[in-house]
Ligand binder design. Structure first.
Ligand SMILES: Nc1ncnc2c1ncn2[C@@H]1O[C@H](COP(=O)(O)OP(=O)(O)OP(=O)(O)O)[C@@H](O)[C@H]1O
Ligand SMILES: [Mg+2]
Length: 253
């Protein structure tokens, strides 16, 4: 039996009174699964990824990660927090919010340095990660001045260099040209083949069939409308229209 990575029980999140983002979410994610998190704008995808990443805690309900409660208290425990942060990587929707180092190489070295690896091990990780992503030529460039697609690769590199088991991707294909998008889909598939647990939030229905085994669909009411194999979700036009992921038939101009 694969290890259960996450269990969410009746998880709700509000940014404030009258600002709900998630409502009553029940979810289990097992090791090695690749899950697409689908939903229209404002349905709560980013919020759910932030909870899975331990960047926020539910306002109601409970989450366990790797069998242990994921709570503000457990995340204040330095040993637990360090182990959790090393196992879970989050690639943000907006790469600019993720990149802060003066060079690409420094950006990718940041995580391994935080882990306390020695200089040679850090250098090896940076080299391997840049080679995996094909960004060696960007090593000394300033992340801030890269193109959107290049920034996305660097943001992915800054997370992969930590060697996480779980990868959370927020709208990874947004703003990418067709070639970069194709590259990213193949890259995510390779991560899945390598046994990583992957949660990808997106409304890009064209790619999810190639990425994920399973889809969790959030409605505009911030509830889970469906949790099913990806093929079944993509074939359910009524569900896609109801959750505003597709337009009703005949509405195209
Ligand atoms: N920092 C915040 N403060 C207040 N409300 C917020 C905040 N972040 C998100 N929200 C609200 O929470 C709800 C869910 O937002 P979230 O960003 O999780 O949606 P999303 O599914 O990721 O949308 P998108 O597809 O546009 O990225 C929205 O109604 C949003 O306005
Ligand atoms: Mg979002």
């Amino acid at each position: 039996m694969p290890e259960i990575v996450y269990t969410l029980s009746r998880v709700s999140y509000e940014y404030g009174p009258g600002a709900p983002a998630l409502h009553g979410v029940d979810l289990t994610i097992a090791e090695g699964e690749s899950v697409a998190l689908l939903g229209a704008n404002a349905s709560g995808k980013t919020t759910l990824l932030r909870l899975l990443a331990g960047l926020a805690s539910p306002t109601a309900g409970a989450i366990t990660a790797f069998g242990a409660p994921l709570t503000p208290e457990s995340l204040r425990d330095r040993v637990f927090a360090a182990a959790f942060r090393r196992r879970v990587g989050f690639v943000f929707q907006n790469a600019d919010a993720q990149l802060f180092s003066p060079t690409v190489a420094a950006e990718i070295a940041f995580g391994p340095l935080q882990l306390g690896l020695d200089e040679a091990a850090v250098a090896a990780r940076v080299r391997d990660t840049m080679a995996l992503l094909g960004i060696e030529h960007l090593a000394e460039r300033a992340p801030f001045h890269l193109s959107g697609g290049e920034k996305r690769k660097v943001a992915i590199g800054s997370v992969l260099s930590l060697g996480p088991d779980v990868l959370l991707f927020d709208e990874p294909t947004t703003g990418l040209d067709p070639r970069s998008r194709g590259w990213l889909v193949r890259f995510l598939r390779a991560l899945r083949e390598a046994g990583k647990t992957i949660v990808t939030a997106t409304h890009d229905l064209d790619i999810v069939g190639r990425l994920a085994d399973r889809a969790v669909v959030l409605g505009e009411d911030h509830r889970v409308w469906s949790d099913a194999p990806i093929g079944a979700v993509l074939a359910d036009h009524g569900l896609l229209v109801g959750t505003n992921l597709a337009e009703p038939r005949g509405s195209e101009p």
